[in-house]
Ligand binder design. Structure first.
Ligand code: GLA
Length: 714
């Protein structure tokens, strides 16, 4: 058999994998009638040679390897001392197991093997592809480049959406028209980065949140990567994603292999929101652990923006009391508890409780926190070391560097070479000791600098090895401490990929707690990540990062639409704000089951609104957040058109947040429909098609609407 068909949900996939020929993706897109044959698809796509070009059509393949002679983008580059560079991978074996396909290829001339695992997931329609390259030769093989796969996409996808950003401004979307040549995003930061999220979307010019086709692709990799979209002069379009190697980084001895990170991809015929729902479903069913799926996400209290490095046990206990009183369920002790870490200039690496700050150790604080009924969490930044630390003084050779080249200053810290066994062993021992000696069940695992000079003692680049060592260290800790939960933080969302999520449980989405910024960041992150993994905290009224002052209602309403927490000094907060926060926490607890299991809906809105919601899988309940981030041009704001409801059911619609009157002039739709009190019973079809006129409210207001099914229409 030459062609393999897999269907799932709205999607059909045809892989061409004839023995003796390169494997390729023949079709990936809207589900096809079962009568459609691969031969038809192949013949419909017949290409030809032409003047000024080769006399024959040159086929593509999943690797776009040089042996094809395609002269377009290449997804593979390797050599043995300058030879054996012209591989062509022909299929030698195919094994199909339900919706999984294993395609094994070999180039007998260069003695390189390449095996793909391709899977279309039943529930979500998600496509995953991973590859393993093996050096079957007797000499060293230098692998310079390897995209996990190069996927041909329909040329009618004329637009590209990339994800960019910065520290405290992650997940910003950039939509542009596709052009001849290559769209290229490369990341060499040694983490998935704030500015080059490893993902891309291709769509038509008409695609919106809720209509039109979209292809979303992301790489499950927490390090250097390359995302490209190439438009060839013959009209073909390829999306290629893969890890990016530094020179000489991947050298395969005889018999050795390299495993590429998975591409996780989603096709949606119904807009971006549906694409995201597929990613979320995949994260929930295949990436998060069953234990995390089952456990309600506890409300966090995090000490960072409250006390920074000013750790006094009296103050922390008093904060813990207040946190518990307003509903916190987990207390996370952030940076500053260990070694000489009284500021960010020293102590990293010395993972021993500071005698100076905690003369009786951490136990009194941990006991106090757990005595209040909260779980205890703690901050580590294991991959790093300050030059001013006992660890560095003892092992100056443990850091990544290029010998003879000055280290780039970056938060006064260097990166440890955790791919060295003794280094990762040291970290395991230290972290394990803290966890074993205390009732601590949560780690905020931070990573606060790029890998500017990621070389080891022998001068070899170690970025790839660093990522694999990190994943292994996380897994080792999880195996030893099965109840441990880990948050992936990298100065906020600098390591927020689906690869790290397979080894952790939550993402610290961003270091900005500014609710206006957070609206955009959480909205952007939701393209790939479900709300339950997005750490979202209520920060101080006067945001430390942006200087903006926002109401508690706005801050709390924003944090509620994720995994809610807070990091402000509760000892100095006005009582009225504490009461407001307590009410928001209660609301979060009421709705977190829905928020963290339901189907995400993002609404198409004018630029001054951010609106999204979660609808229960049985459509019996929903919670929508509508935020006026700025003012609007006309006298009244627009209508919102809810999505995902059952058109044949009535819903009781209520405005559940803010608690206090919000309309600037009465009577508004709030009074007309009793939205703040008993609510109004309205048909789902009307809510979606006629929409709800928003009331006149101040800019920087978040409105939360709850919808409860109140009966079917017969
Ligand atoms: C990073 C994190 C913050 C905080 C500090 C502590 O910036 O993103 O949340 O933990 O480190 O130094």
């Amino acid at each position: 058999m030459s062609y393999f068909r897999i269907d799932a949900n709205d999607t059909t996939l045809f892989i061409s994998a004839a023995i003796g020929a390169p494997p390729s993706l023949l079709y990936w897109g809207a589900r096809l009638h079962e009568a459609v044959t691969a031969d038809e698809i192949a013949l419909l796509g017949t290409r030809q040679g032409g003047p000024g070009n080769a006399d024959v059509a040159i086929s593509d393949s999943l690797a776009l390897e040089p042996g094809l002679g395609l002269l377009g983008p290449s997804g593979f580059a390797a050599h043995r001392a300058g030879c054996d560079w012209g591989s062509q991978f022909n299929v030698v074996d195919v094994a199909q197991d339900g919706r999984r396909l294993r395609v094994t290829c070999l180039d007998p001339r260069t003695q390189i093997g390449l095996a793909y695992c391709i899977r279309l997931h039943e529930e979500s329609g998600i496509l995953t592809i991973g590859g393993t390259l093996t050096n079957h030769g007797t000499e060293m093989l230098d692998l310079n480049d390897m995209a996990t796969a190069c996927l041909p996409l329909p040329a009618r996808m004329t637009e590209i959406i990339g994800f960019t950003g910065r520290w405290a401004g992650e997940f910003q979307r950039e939509r542009l028209a596709r052009f001849a040549g290559g769209y290229l995003r490369e990341n060499r930061r040694g983490r998935s980065s704030h500015d080059v999220f490893p993902g891309v979307i291709l769509c038509t010019s008409a695609t919106t949140e809720n209509a039109g086709e979209a292809y979303g692709l992301t790489l499950a990799w927490s390090g250097n990567h390359r995302v490209r979209v190439d438009t060839l002069s013959d009209g073909r379009v390829f999306a290629s994603l893969g890890a990016l190697f530094l020179p000489g980084e991947i050298r395969l001895a005889a018999g050795a292999h390299y495993t590429s990170p998975d591409i996780i991809a989603s096709y949606s015929p119904h807009g971006f929101a549906e694409m995201s729902r597929s990613f979320h479903s995949h994260v929930r069913s295949h990436i998060l652990t069953p234990a995390m799926r089952a456990k309600p996400r506890p409300v966090h209290y995090n000490t960072w923006e409250a006390v920074y490095f000013d750790h006094g046990i009296g103050q922390l206990k008093a904060i813990a009391d207040k946190a518990a009183a307003i509903g916190a369920e987990r207390f996370v002790l952030d940076d500053g508890w260990f070694g000489t870490r009284r500021d960010d200039r020293s102590g990293l690496g010395d993972w021993i409780v500071s005698d100076a700050v905690y003369p009786q150790g951490l136990k009194p604080l941990v006991d106090h926190v757990t005595g209040l009924g909260m779980e205890m969490g703690i901050w580590f930044e294991p991959e790093m070391v300050n030059p001013d630390s006992d660890l560095f003084r003892a092992h100056p050779d443990w850091v990544l560097q290029i010998q003879g080249v000055e280290q780039i200053a970056f938060r006064h810290q260097f990166v440890l070479d955790i791919s060295r066994t003794e280094v990762s062993h040291y970290l395991f021992e230290r972290i394990d000791a803290i966890l074993s000696d205390h009732d601590i069940s949560y780690i905020k695992w931070d990573m606060n600098r790029d890998h500017n000079h990621p070389g080891d003692q022998r001068g070899r680049p170690r970025s790839d090895a660093q990522v694999r060592a990190l994943w292994a260290l996380l897994d080792r800790l999880r195996a030893k401490h099965p109840k441990l939960e880990i948050e992936s933080c990298a100065s906020g969302g600098g390591r927020a990929d689906l690869g790290i999520l397979a080894h952790t449980d939550r993402i610290w989405t961003s270091d900005t707690n500014d609710a206006i910024d957070r609206q955009a960041i959480q909205h952007g992150a939701s393209y790939f990540l479900p709300l339950e993994v997005l750490g979202a905290h209520v920060g101080p009224a006067h945001c430390h990062v942006t200087g903006r002052t926002l109401s508690m209602a706005m801050r709390a309403g924003t944090a509620l639409m994720g995994h809610m927490g807070m990091e402000l000094n509760l000892l100095t907060e006005p009582e009225a704000d504490l009461a407001e926060l307590k009410a928001a926490i209660a609301l979060y607890k009421q709705y977190r089951g829905l928020l963290h299991s339901g189907a995400l809906q993002r609404l198409d809105t004018p630029h001054y609104l951010v609106a999204m919601g979660v609808v229960a899988q049985d459509r019996g309940e929903a919670l929508f957040s509508v935020t006026l981030v700025t003012g609007h041009a006309r006298t009244l704001p627009d209508r919102v058109y809810f999505r995902g409801l059952d058109p044949a059911r009535h819903y009781r619609l209520k405005l559940v947040w803010p608690r206090h009157r919000t309309a600037r002039a009465a009577p508004s739709v709030i009074e007309a429909l009793d939205l703040s009190t008993s609510g109004a019973i309205i048909c789902g079809d009307a809510l979606m098609k006629a929409g709800l006129q928003l009331p006149l409210v101040f800019p920087e207001t978040t409105l939360l609407f709850h919808l409860q099914a109140a009966g079917r229409i017969d």
